[in-house]
Every structure is written in structure tokens, then in C-alpha cells.
Design a protein. Structure first.
Length: 125
């Protein structure tokens, strides 16, 4: 790659042509990458017909920190603020099928999401 640089010295103009060569052995910086997987960690009946479901996010990223947001019903709106906590607990009715979504974002602002679908326990109310 060549760059043309003009310099002014007094009333005279001097033009220089510089060749810019890459540094030997230098590699371009690789873009950061991020992945996330959502899993159900546990379910516990909470009296009546409610189930406390603990959901875990396992993230891998070349750029730290990673923050998570949770959409407990996968309706397209996150229900939590961004946090570095990888685990959340949410109360659902018993005996329903649910899809929850986790969104993850790393320090380079790369985003990724995953969903987990599960059936809640049957609780004796």
C-alpha cells in the first residue's frame, strides 16, 4: 500500500511517496466471537400450582465480560436488565410448556441468543 504525503516547507512544497509494508508475521486481529446455550438447572414446586424454574446460561466469548438478558416467555421482550449473572429463577404455573430465551452480549457488543423449551412440573396444590 502506498500513501502520498505532501509537506510544506516555507514557500516550497515537497512531496514524498511512502511505501507502507505490513509487519512480517503480523496477523490481522480476529473478530471476537460469542456463543450461548440455555439449559434448565432445576424446578421446584412453590406451594399451590407454581413452579420456580432455574435457568442457566453457558457462554463462551473471546471478549469479556458477557452480559445476559432473559425473556421468560420468548415473546420478543426481555424481562430482565443486562447482568453478568449466568443463572436466573422465574416462577411459572405448573403443567405448562414454556420456551425461555437468553440474550448475551460481550464487550465488543456482539450479540447472540438461545432458547430452551421445557414442561413445568405438576405440583400438588
Amino acid at each position: 500500500m502506498r500513501k502520498r504525503i505532501a509537506a510544506v516547507v516555507g514557500a516550497a512544497s515537497v512531496a514524498a511517496l511512502l511505501a507502507v509494508a505490513p509487519v512480517a508475521g503480523a496477523q490481522p486481529a480476529a473478530p471476537a466471537s460469542i456463543s450461548v446455550t440455555a439449559t434448565i438447572a432445576s424446578q421446584r414446586c412453590q406451594g399451590g400450582d407454581n413452579v420456580a424454574v432455574t435457568i442457566n446460561a453457558d457462554a463462551t466469548s473471546s471478549s469479556q465480560p458477557v452480559q445476559f438478558r432473559w425473556d421468560f416467555t420468548n415473546n420478543g421482550s426481555f424481562d430482565t436488565r443486562a447482568s453478568q449473572d449466568t443463572t436466573v429463577t422465574h416462577v411459572y404455573p405448573d403443567e405448562i410448556n414454556v420456551t425461555a430465551r437468553v440474550g448475551a452480549q460481550n464487550a465488543d457488543r456482539e450479540r447472540v441468543a438461545d432458547t430452551v423449551t421445557f414442561a413445568t412440573l405438576r405440583c400438588e396444590g
